[in-house]
Design a protein around this ligand. Structure first.
Ligand SMILES: Cc1cc2nc3c(=O)[nH]c(=O)nc-3n(C[C@H](O)[C@H](O)[C@H](O)COP(=O)(O)O)c2cc1C
Length: 367
């Protein structure tokens, strides 16, 4: 079992590095979110403060390296590189699913390296929601947390991936109850995250009622897990499964819609992810009332090259975010949550069809 999990993890990394596994037809929806340029910003760009406090932790900027990996030999270097960089920048980091190391102690170091290289950064452990419905519980969650001395634990939801994967685990009954149990018993914040297909308002409401302390929407428009599985299946002669992966390549709720819906529905902090590629996307996420933004695929590519490349992804995003803040005249990230925006196109249509108000979107309470 552990060997199969490890092999799958290695394939995911290699496929994501060697093929284009980004959404093909779907976009994040960030292109429908517009700021109103201020010709008179009336602030000093040099005095803009990117720091923010979320989950009782001070982040130097509202950025988290998304859950990617662990459990495979390539993973140690990738996790070490990302961890060293987030420590330097005082950001956060999620590790990939820790299932392989929960099953095989020898693999713990592929995750533990993250805490070694990032002694003070906000680290998020990771386990699968569907595993919770099939025997995982408090013991495994604590193991995952202890392995990296985590500040929080993410439970990932990956129904799309499981359903297009030949060996997928698709009995999802009882996942919500197990999440509620974990939220009651674990002494660290439990965050629920999707993996590229988004979270709808209805689900977010249930998750908040279950006691989760944060929601990472991981919406559509970025990495597609149907695409990753498509390439994994392509190597075999399983034409039927390959067609399934291809058909579901662009499945999901876009990231902009997901953040917008969820932020209008729950009060827990929201992490925007799924195709977040620039500091402008980060700014748009915050304007839709997310508290943090996170990215995975670009960091996997950068980390496979080295620390310099990984650092430059973060520094560019931070500078882009700072520029947006300057151009809309806000000097603290909280201000972005009250900055007027215009939501157009499919994103506006979707939100209206779902009963959400679009006009005056950004004149909400700030959290
Ligand atoms: C190679 C790879 C492995 C991933 N493994 C995990 C995982 O183990 N657990 C998890 O919660 N998400 C995992 N993800 C999903 C990401 O955390 C994220 O939700 C998704 O990739 C969308 O973000 P992106 O468009 O910035 O890549 C993985 C993503 C990639 C690219």
């Amino acid at each position: 079992m552990a060997a199969a999990t490890r092999k799958r993890k290695t394939e995911h990394i290699r496929i994501s590095l060697n093929h284009n596994v980004q959404a093909r037809k779907m976009t994040t929806g960030f292109e429908d979110v517009h700021f109103i340029h201020k010709a008179l910003p009336e602030i000093d760009k040099q005095k803009i403060d990117l720091s923010t406090r979320v989950f009782n932790h001070e982040f130097a900027a509202p950025l988290i390296a998304g859950a990617i990996t662990g459990g495979a030999s390539e993973a140690t270097k990738i996790n070490a590189t990302i961890a060293e960089t987030v420590e330097e920048f005082k950001l956060g980091m999620g590790v990939g699913s820790q299932r392989a190391a929960i099953e095989d102690k020898k693999l713990e170091k592929t995750f533990g390296i993250a805490r070694k290289k990032a002694p003070t950064a906000f680290l998020i452990a990771n386990i699968g929601g569907v595993q919770l419905a099939h025997g995982y519980g408090l013991k495994e969650a604590k193991k995952a947390i202890d392995m990296i001395d985590a500040d929080a634990i993410a439970v990932h939801l990956n129904a799309l991936q499981e359903t297009v994967q030949p060996e997928g685990q698709t009995a999802f009954n009882g996942v919500l109850d197990k999440i509620a149990e974990l939220a009651r018993e674990v002494d660290k914040p439990v965050i629920v995250k999707e993996t590229g297909a988004g979270i709808a308002a209805e689900e977010a409401k249930k998750l908040e009622a279950a006691g989760v302390k944060g929601i990472d929407v991981s919406g559509g428009g970025g990495t597609s897990w149907a695409a990753v599985e498509y390439y994994r299946i392509r190597k075999t002669s399983n034409d039927f499964q390959r067609k399934l992966g291809n058909a579901f390549w662009d499945w999901g709720i876009t990231t902009a819609v997901s953040v917008a819906e969820v932020s209008k529905t729950v009060n827990v902090p929201i992490i925007a992810s799924g195709g977040v590629r620039t500091g402008i996307d980060v700014a748009k996420s915050l304007s839709l009332n997310a508290s943090l933004a996170s990215l995975s695929q670009p960091l996997l590519h950068a980390a496979s090259k080295g620390i310099k490349e990984t650092a430059s992804v973060f520094s560019l995003m931070m500078e882009e975010l700072r520029n947006v803040m300057f151009l809309v005249g806000v000097d603290a990230v909280r201000g972005l949550q009250n900055t007027p925006i215009v939501v157009t196109g499919k994103t506006a249509e979707w939100l209206r069809a779902r009963g959400f108000e679009v006009e005056g979107y950004a004149r909400r309470r700030s959290k």
